[in-house]
Design a protein around this ligand. Structure first.
Ligand SMILES: [Zn+2]
Length: 296
């Protein structure tokens, strides 16, 4: 199954790719090796294998109040990514996967970038006759203003090397130039079911999309969580978290909210079943249930 209904909202999982990405100690420098071993049975084979963290690049597609909404847009094709060889000049059939889910680019009404890292904005644009053009010609792209300012090389010339090199220029600026970007800050109501909320830490503009429809609740958590181990070990960040203390605080608040309201947590990158439910356990949290999506 690639679709679930939450209240009146249809949630569809569309994959770009999945597999091993980084060694555990490189991706999560502060998580001790024995923590991976202690939880190995719940992490392998979907999230851990041979010392490597496994993740998915995927887009959550929401159909809500008659609109088609994409949450995060993966790495994208044809992009020059000198810092990450596995993401350099990709040629993947993500648009074919979207089509299999019944979605053509012109059908998309809204694109949500939970934040503006390389692996969340890639399919914002595609290369046509040597130019980067918006992939979704009829969509408004919602971007957090704090990230838009933070990742613009004009504002931080020394910052934007590394993993986000070229990203603003090829995946953000062309959409802005086309007049399709709407910047937001604080909170932003999308419709009666969906609301964006700032959750800074991983990046200054990181955000969570909340779903509340009927009795169902869900939290699209972006990169507040990269691996299920960060549920049990919520005090540990990825090496890509810009503000470690804030990242821990927003992760803890997210998990507490999910536990208190029985909300499904859908991070950007979980492979396997893609989403999970949690409960309070002592001073921390435990996974209580996995979503019924087909495993990646
Ligand atoms: Zn990410």
């Amino acid at each position: 199954m690639n679709e679930i209904k939450l209240g009146d909202v249809l949630v569809t999982r569309v994959e770009e790719m999945h597999g091993p990405i980084l060694p555990t100690e490189a991706f999560f420098p502060t998580i001790p090796g024995d923590a991976w071993q202690r939880h190995e049975s719940s992490l392998t084979p979907d999230h851990l294998g041979d010392g490597m963290v496994h993740v998915a690049m995927q887009t959550w597609v929401l159909r809500s109040e008659g609109r088609t909404i994409l949450v995060d847009t993966g790495v994208g094709n044809d992009k020059s990514r000198p810092a990450v060889e596995a993401w350099d000049h990709l040629d993947l059939d993500f648009l074919g996967n979207l089509a299999k889910a019944g979605i053509q680019p012109e059908d998309v009404d809204l694109v949500i970038n939970t934040h503006l890292h390389v692996d969340h904005v890639g399919w914002n644009t595609r290369l046509v006759d040597g130019e980067w053009v918006p992939t979704f010609p009829n969509a408004t792209y919602l971007m957090p203003q704090a990230d838009f300012l933070f990742w613009d090389p004009a504002n931080h010339p020394g910052l934007v090397g590394g993993v986000n090199e070229n990203v603003f220029d090829d995946s953000v600026a062309p959409v802005y130039a086309a007049g399709q970007v709407q910047l937001w800050e604080g909170t932003h109501d999308i419709d009666a079911n969906l609301r964006l909320e700032a959750a800074p830490g991983h990046t200054p503009g990181s955000s969570v999309l909340t779903l509340s429809s009927g009795t169902d609740r869900a939290l699209f958590a972006g990169d507040l969580i990269h691996t299920p181990l960060q549920v049990m070990e919520f005090g540990h960040n990825s090496c890509f978290c810009e503000d470690p203390a804030a990242a821990v605080a927003t992760r803890r608040a997210l998990l507490a909210r999910a536990a208190d309201h029985n909300a499904l947590v859908l991070p950007a990158h979980l492979s396997g079943s893609g989403a999970l439910e949690v409960a309070h356990r002592g001073d921390g949290f435990a996974i209580t249930r996995w979503a019924p999506f087909d495993r990646l």
